[in-house]
Design a protein around this ligand. Structure first.
Ligand SMILES: C[S@@+](CC[C@H](N)C(=O)[O-])C[C@H]1O[C@@H](n2cnc3c(N)ncnc32)[C@H](O)[C@@H]1O
Length: 282
């Protein structure tokens, strides 16, 4: 019988081509053995049953084949919450936590209507619902797969103040006649240039949905539509908070003309301008 320590050493060697082989091996072990991190460290000589060992090597093999770690284990941490991850739905990224942080900072914490466009796995909407107990949230996405996963995540986290609706950008807002009603419109939209898609890492290109990442030739097509469409649905003083890609800040800043005030951008933990916020003038 193998021990935890032996399996860990073996996985690190099998995954040696990955820069985070040690961390990934630990994550795969914790998941397949269903043990805590504490047990991993305190009981390395614990013997593991044959079936668990098989399960473990099954996961290691998937990772060796290039399937993203989050898809192998079926979950990803975001805003200190665990989100279910399914194929065909974007894996939440740590840099998107900046958007959640800013919305919380800007929120009055009174009853507010927050709309999340392109909700994906629902990570932004669910995190905001957890942090802002009086907020009403509408989460919309063009992808039925994304909405299914987002609904699952909302129910796992027991948040009921989110309505999930399928729609292309603002279409769900139009149907609900939300003109002038929104306190926040937030989005982590697709923003990769079409010709950059082929240059992305295999982990992403072969396993994540292109439609969740790519937005036309310039990468700015959806961002442009969000900026031009949001004014109609925001209240006076309401905020648009939007993630953007590396090097896009000047182009995105230039999209904000009449009707907007306080346009500002913020850097992520890697020092990359990542988030733009703007307020509808009163
Ligand atoms: C970059 S992902 C963001 C997912 C999630 N909000 C997050 O931050 O991890 C963009 C999402 O926008 C959705 N999307 C793409 N085009 C859209 C459109 N025209 N209308 C609504 N949603 C769209 C995609 O399906 C995808 O779920």
């Amino acid at each position: 019988m193998s021990t935890i320590k032996e399996l860990y050493t073996k996985a690190k060697s099998l995954l040696k081509n990955y820069p985070d082989a040690a961390v990934e091996s630990k994550v795969l072990l914790l998941k397949s053995l269903a043990i805590s991190e504490e047990m991993f460290y305190s009981d390395p000589d614990r013997r593991v049953s044959k079936s668990k060992v098989q399960q473990f090597y099954g996961l290691v093999l998937k990772r060796q084949q290039g399937i993203p770690l989050a898809q192998v284990v079926g979950e990803k941490e975001f805003w200190s919450l665990l989100f279910k991850v399914t194929p065909g739905v974007l894996i939440p990224r740590p840099e998107t936590e900046l958007l959640v942080e800013k919305v919380i900072e800007l929120s009055s914490r009174r009853k507010e209507l927050i709309v999340d466009i392109g909700t994906g796995a629902g990570n932004i909407a669910v995190s905001l619902a957890k942090e802002l107990p009086k907020a009403q949230i509408l989460a919309t996405d063009i992808s039925p797969k994304a909405l299914k996963t987002a609904r699952l995540n909302a129910s796992l986290h027991k948040v009921t103040r989110i309505a999930f609706l399928k729609g292309n950008l603002f279409s769900a807002l139009r149907e609900l006649r939300l003109e002038g009603q929104c306190d926040f419109i937030v989005s982590n939209p697709p923003y990769v240039q079409e010709d950059q898609w082929e240059t992305l890492h295999d982990d992403i290109r072969l396993h994540e949905p292109k439609k969740a990442l790519v937005s036309g030739k310039t990468g700015l097509e959806i961002i442009e539509k969000l900026v031009s469409g949001a004014l109609k649905f925001l209240k006076q003083g309401g905020y648009l908070c939007m993630e953007m890609g590396f090097g896009q800040q000047d182009d995105v800043l230039n999209l904000f003309g009449n009707g907007w005030v306080g346009v500002d951008y913020f850097k992520d933990l890697n020092g990359i301008p990542r988030l733009i916020t703007a307020q509808k003038s009163s």
